[in-house]
Design a protein around this ligand. Structure first.
Ligand code: HEC
Ligand code: HEC
Length: 231
């Protein structure tokens, strides 16, 4: 697996380098991120029906932290770890800012089937949390419209079920973590598998609001000290 991914990355790099070597191609940011847009889409709109996640419009501070986390081995996904290994700090910020500034429509994803009990549980966790289990409302941090908060809290609307449930699962299995305070690790440790399915399905079934940009900085007061986490 590792070897075949290595070859794929080499092939992508070879193509990019070849393109950079030919004199008529200008050395623009667009040109240099060609290796990223092949999976994430030219504007970071996402690809393969959500398997390669959308990057467009996500807060820049959030995106740059993901690139750093893949580089530091805090977030694991083999091809992403290869892709970010050679990038320096300034370049990662430049890439993050490019994708954060892209304003493209959201793709529609299938709405998962849910029992009425799962709908109720998903809605409860997102809007009110579960005080008895120490789970704050997802909205308390991700914003009242779930569109995220600048500079570094991502939105939860417009994401497919498979992506949301996989990410929550990866905090549980330690394949995803971030620099302290890793609030999502705390939140997820208090959810059952059924909670993860219910909350992921409920979020994936939400329509994307017409105004889907992240809220301005400071517009939420996170309950677990998870405001600006820093770069
Ligand atoms: C072969 C396909 C592929 C390529 C090429 C690729 N990515 Fe990714 N990227 C993915 C997948 C799949 C994930 C989701 C990984 C996971 O589940 O954690 C991801 C995740 C990410 C994330 C985290 C998104 C989020 O919302 O948390 C960022 C940021 C990102 N990629 C940026 C880049 C950049 C920048 C490049 C180019 C240097 C790049 N990717 C190249 C497939 C790819
Ligand atoms: C205390 C604040 C806080 C609460 C409460 C919270 N989150 Fe988060 N969440 C965050 C932060 C901060 C991140 C970014 C983490 C990172 O950089 O890796 C995040 C990231 C995520 C992501 C990854 C998004 C992506 O694009 O990859 C998902 C999914 C998520 N949260 C779901 C939830 C759900 C579901 C709940 C409610 C059960 C919830 N969160 C409650 C702060 C919070």
């Amino acid at each position: 697996m590792r070897r075949s991914l290595g070859w794929l990355v080499l092939a992508v790099f070879a193509l990019t380098v070849q393109a950079q070597d030919s004199p008529p191609v200008p050395d623009t940011l667009q040109q240099r991120i060609a290796a990223c847009t092949s999976c994430h889409g030219p504007h970071g709109e996402g690809g393969d029906n959500g398997f390669n996640p959308r990057l467009a419009g996500k807060p820049a501070g959030y995106l740059v932290r993901q690139l750093q986390d893949f580089q530091k081995g805090l977030r694991h996904y083999e091809i992403m770890e290869y892709m970010v290994a050679p990038l320096d700090e300034a370049y990662m910020r430049e890439i993050a800012e490019y994708f954060a500034s892209q304003d493209v429509p959201y793709e529609k994803h299938p709405t998962p089937a849910m029992s009425p009990a799962a709908v109720a549980r998903g809605e409860q966790l997102v809007t009110k949390g579960d005080a008895a289990k120490g789970v704050p409302a997802c909205m308390a941090c991700h914003g009242p419209n779930l569109t995220g908060v600048q500079p570094d809290i991502p939105g939860l609307v417009g994401l497919p079920y498979d992506y949301i449930s996989a990410q929550l699962g990866s905090w549980r299995t330690n394949t995803r973590s971030t620099t302290a305070p890793d609030c999502m690790a705390t939140v997820v440790s208090r959810l059952t598998d059924a909670d993860i399915s219910a909350v992921s399905a409920w979020l994936a079934s939400r329509p994307v609001p017409p105004e889907a940009h992240a809220e301005p900085p400071g517009s939420v007061t996170p309950p677990l000290h998870c405001g600006v986490l820093g770069g």
